[in-house]
Design a protein around this ligand. Structure first.
Ligand code: IMP
Length: 428
């Protein structure tokens, strides 16, 4: 029984839920290994719709153990709010386990996220404002607060004092804000400790033992490859490793235990926030994709930037993550287009680049070179077999597959959970 990593192939919001649904009944553990409540996924179970930001989607499956592992940054207030909202709707959330080594997002991280963004002016990242970057910065600077610190008041106080010492100088002198009191933070964090304690575990050990016992573990990446802090469009990225390597460091499960890497890729491209996006559309085609694909953020409600499929990005994702399978989502959104352009390479100052340019400056002004494919008009939302798709839709999928560096094993054809065409078993 395998360890499976599931990641986003582009800039997020690819619809990972489709792949989770496919794997659903076979998974015993779902692990969130990076990011925090900057993610946003909507999970539909029966007639019920759930919007989750921090909790792994596995929280809704009665037989799954959901895990928040060490690579995550946890806003505990948000964690409890999400849990309470689920409890109110009758969901059993008692199986959740949280790593003692996960870092905590506090009020000063949220404040710093917002003020630094404001001060960046034109160079703004367009963060979700949830304190993600500042919490990871503290982790790397070795002044972070970890979940386990909440159970030792002395240590917690020392750490908060250490963290605030420098931050208050910044807040007051640079950003003209009020200083944050140590007591305010310590009292707030301590108020969560009793409820949190039973959830806390050595999640790396639990997961290793689960794999030893033949269980199936799904590592669900937040954000996506092009938002990865190392391999994405830095600095317009999130502050964690959203690529498959992050599943190992972010969980403590060794890389050689990972069997499958599934990347979810949209049949076109979207992005939230700032940063380069070569195939972005500023015309009616962009509006078409946004309106038909309901491309508005789950976390922030922001309209997403929309553009055509970018094959060099898919190839890059395949390579960086070791993708074994792609799940191509939202193919139905393209229905009704006369022709569908696909970016096959870039033109950078008159030079053709078949791969994502290593220089960020080049990528910023890369002009996509498109190949056009004929569209289709038929409603495909009811199709469940690849051969039943209109010929032009099949040809589009096959062309995109040939350019993208790994097989396309499943295709999303509609918003419903069942609206999926499976070509290959994701675990085979
Ligand atoms: P942060 O993760 O809040 O620091 O934001 C950094 C960048 O990542 C911004 O451009 C966000 O819009 C983007 N981002 C963060 N989470 C998501 C997500 O779940 N989907 C899409 N973009 C995201």
């Amino acid at each position: 029984m395998p360890a499976i990593v599931l990641i986003g192939a582009q800039w997020g919001d690819e619809g990972k839920g489709k792949a989770t649904d496919l794997l659903g009944p076979r998974v015993d553990y779902v692990v969130k290994f990076n990011g925090g409540n900057n993610a946003g996924h909507t999970v539909v179970v029966g007639d019920e719709k759930y919007a989750l930001h921090l909790l792994p989607s596995g929280i809704l499956a009665p037989n799954v153990i959901p895990v928040i592992s060490n690579g995550v940054v946890v806003d505990i207030e948000v964690l409890f709010d999400e849990l309470d909202a689920l409890i109110e709707r009758g969901v059993d959330v008692s199986r959740l386990i949280v790593s003692a080594n996960a870092h905590v997002i506090t009020q000063y991280h949220r404040t710093l996220d917002r003020v630094t963004e404001r001060f960046l002016g034109k160079r703004q990242i367009g963060t979700t404002g949830r304190g993600i970057g500042p919490a990871y910065a503290d982790k790397i600077n070795r002044v972070g607060i970890r979940i386990q610190d909440l159970f030792d008041e002395n240590i917690l106080r020392q750490k908060v004092e250490g963290a605030l010492h420098q931050k208050n100088h910044m807040l007051v002198k640079v950003y003209n804000r009020r200083a944050i009191l140590v007591d305010e933070i310590v009292d707030d964090l301590l108020s969560y400790s009793e409820r949190l304690k039973p959830m806390v575990a050595d999640t790396a050990l639990v997961l290793s033992q689960a794999l030893d016992a033949g269980k199936t573990v799904l590592f669900e990446g937040g954000q996506a490859t092009m938002l990865d802090v190392d391999h994405g469009t830095y600095p317009f990225v999130t502050s964690s490793n959203a690529t498959s390597g992050g599943a190992a460091t972010g969980s403590g499960v060794a890389p050689n235990r990972i069997d499958r890497v599934i990347a979810v890729v949209k049949a076109y491209t979207t992005r939230v926030g700032a940063g380069p996006f070569p195939t972005e559309l500023f015309d009616a085609s962009g509006d078409f994709l946004r309106d038909n694909g309901f491309e508005f953020g789950t976390t922030t409600g922001r309209p997403r930037r929309c553009g055509w499929y970018d094959a060099p990005i898919a190839r890059y994702t395949a390579r960086i993550n070791g993708v074994t399978d792609f799940v191509l989502t939202k193919l139905d959104v393209l229905t009704g287009l006369e022709t569908i352009p696909v970016c096959v390479a870039y033109d950078v100052d008159g030079e053709r680049h078949d791969e994502v340019p290593v220089s960020q400056s080049d990528f910023h002004h890369a002009i996509p070179i498109f190949e056009e494919f004929p569209g289709w008009d038929e409603d495909i939302t009811g199709v469940r077999e690849f051969d039943d798709l209109p010929k032009n839709a099949r040809d589009y999928v096959l062309a995109v597959e040939a350019m993208s560096g790994s097989r396309i094993s499943a295709i999303g054809v509609g918003a419903d959970r069942e609206a999926i065409v499976v070509r290959h078993d994701l675990l085979d």
